[in-house]
Ligand binder design. Structure first.
Ligand SMILES: NC(=O)c1ccc[n+]([C@@H]2O[C@H](COP(=O)([O-])OP(=O)(O)OC[C@H]3O[C@@H](n4cnc5c(N)ncnc54)[C@H](OP(=O)(O)O)[C@@H]3O)[C@@H](O)[C@H]2O)c1
Length: 331
C-alpha cells in the first residue's frame, strides 16, 4: 500500500511516497481505509523538529526535549506523519464492537501519528468515532485535533453570555474550534489572524477580526473578559490593558515568563494568567464530536491536495498561503 514516509528531518521534500506493507488489525484494532488526513501544525513541526530554533518553539524548552524524545533527536522515529484522519472501516479485530466494516469514521492519533498512509490500524480505545454524516471526509479530517484540544484547554474557563473574548490565532486548528465553542457559550469573539484568513474567521462566527501584524490588536478599543493565546505571542504586560477587571489571559503555548506571571497573578492583581495543557482524552474527543453533531463546530475554506502532492501541500501550508485548513486526499 501507498504511504508518505520521511527518514530525515527537513523541508517538505523529505516526504517520499513509498510502498509499505498493509497493516493487519489486532484483537482491539480497527483497519481504516484512509480517505483524508490534515496537514496541521504538528505535522509541519514534526517534519522538521531538529531544526526548529528555541525562539520558534512556542513552548517551554522542557516540552521540546520531551517532543524530541518522542519523535527522535537526530532523525525521525515515526516514519509516517499525520495526526488526523477520516476513512472507511475495512475490517475490525474480534474484540471490537464500537464500529463495523463499512462505517465512516474519523479520529485523532495524537503524537502517535501515522495518518499519511492508505490503510491505518487504530486501537478502538483511542479518539475514533463514527463520522457525523453532515461532514464530508475532508471536513472530518480537520475536525479532531483542533476541537479536542479546544475542549481541553477551555475546560473550567468561565464564560458568561455576552462576555468579550479575544483569540490570538483564531484562524488555526485550535483557535477556530475555540472560537466556535466560546461562541456557543454566548461569548462575542474577536479573532486575531492574518488578513487572508479574515473571511474564514468571520464565517465561523467572529464578531470582529484584527491582524496580528504590527500588534494591531493591542490598539483594540474593546475590553475583554478572556484572551485565548494560541501561540503564546501575546505579552501579558501589554495585553493586561485589554482585559476587564477579573479578566483572564489563557496561554496554551507558554514559556517561563507566562508561567511566572501565572504564579504572580494568583496572588496579586485582579487579572489572571492561566497556562493550560489539554491531554486529548477520549472523553474530550467525544465531547467535541457531540459539538460537531449539534452543528456547534464546523470548518470551511479547505485546500485539498491529492496525497501524491504532499510536498506541495506542506509547502503551501508552511508558506501560510491557505485561507483555511489544508487536507490530503487518498483515492
Ligand atoms: N496547551 C495544549 O494542550 C496544546 C495542545 C496542542 C497544541 N498546543 C500549542 O498550540 C500551538 C499550535 O496551535 P494550532 O495547531 O492551532 O496552530 P495553527 O493551526 O498553526 O494556528 C496558529 C494560529 O496562530 C496565528 N499566528 C501566527 N503568528 C501569530 C502571531 N505572531 N500572533 C498571533 N497569532 C499568530 C495563526 O494565524 P494565521 O495562520 O492567520 O497567520 C493561526 O491562527 C502550538 O504552539 C502548540 O504547542 C498546545
Amino acid at each position: 500500500m501507498k504511504a508518505i514516509v520521511y527518514e530525515e528531518y527537513g523541508p517538505p521534500e523529505v516526504l517520499k511516497i513509498r510502498n509499505i506493507d498493509k497493516p493487519v488489525p489486532g484483537l482491539h484494532q480497527i483497519l481504516v481505509k484512509v480517505k483524508a488526513a490534515s496537514v496541521n501544525f504538528g505535522d509541519l513541526r514534526a517534519r522538521n523538529f531538529k531544526n526548529i530554533s528555541a525562539k520558534n518553539f512556542h513552548m517551554h524548552s522542557l516540552f521540546k526535549f520531551i517532543a524530541l524524545m518522542m519523535f527522535g533527536f537526530s532523525k525521525p522515529k515515526k516514519r509516517v506523519l499525520g495526526s488526523e484522519f477520516s476513512g472507511v472501516v475495512e475490517s475490525v479485530g474480534s474484540e471490537v464492537s464500537s464500529v463495523k466494516p463499512g462505517d465512516h469514521v474519523f479520529g485523532y492519533l495524537s503524537a502517535n501519528m501515522g495518518a499519511y498512509q492508505e490503510y491505518l490500524c487504530v486501537d478502538d480505545k483511542i479518539c475514533v468515532a463514527v463520522k457525523p454524516p453532515v461532514l464530508s471526509f475532508e471536513e472530518a479530517a480537520v475536525l479532531t485535533y483542533g476541537p479536542v484540544m479546544a475542549v481541553g484547554v477551555l475546560k473550567n474557563i468561565k464564560i458568561n453570555p455576552g462576555d468579550n473574548v479575544l483569540i490570538l490565532g483564531a484562524s488555526g486548528f485550535i483557535g477556530s474550534a475555540a472560537l466556535q465553542i466560546l461562541k456557543s457559550r454566548g461569548a462575542k469573539v474577536t479573532g486575531v489572524c492574518s488578513k487572508n484568513k479574515f473571511d474564514y474567521v468571520m464565517n465561523l462566527g467572529a464578531e470582529n477580526v484584527i491582524e496580528y501584524k504590527n500588534g494591531d490588536y493591542l490598539n483594540s478599543s474593546l475590553k475583554y473578559n478572556l484572551i485565548v493565546d494560541i501561540l503564546g505571542k501575546g505579552d501579558f504586560t501589554k495585553c493586561r490593558n485589554l482585559l476587564k477587571p477579573g479578566g483572564v489571559h489563557l496561554f496554551i503555548s507558554f514559556k517561563t515568563a507566562a508561567l511566572f506571571n501565572m504564579i504572580k497573578t494568583r496572588f496579586f492583581g485582579n487579572k489572571k494568567v492561566i497556562c493550560k495543557i489539554a491531554i486529548g482524552s477520549r472523553d474530550d474527543f467525544l465531547e467535541a464530536v457531540q459539538l460537531i453533531e449539534n452543528g456547534k463546530i464546523r470548518t470551511g475554506n479547505l485546500s485539498l491536495f491529492p496525497a501524491d502532492d504532499v510536498v506541495d501541500a506542506h509547502r503551501f501550508a508552511e508558506a501560510g498561503k491557505n485561507t483555511g485548513p489544508v487536507v490530503l486526499t487518498f483515492d
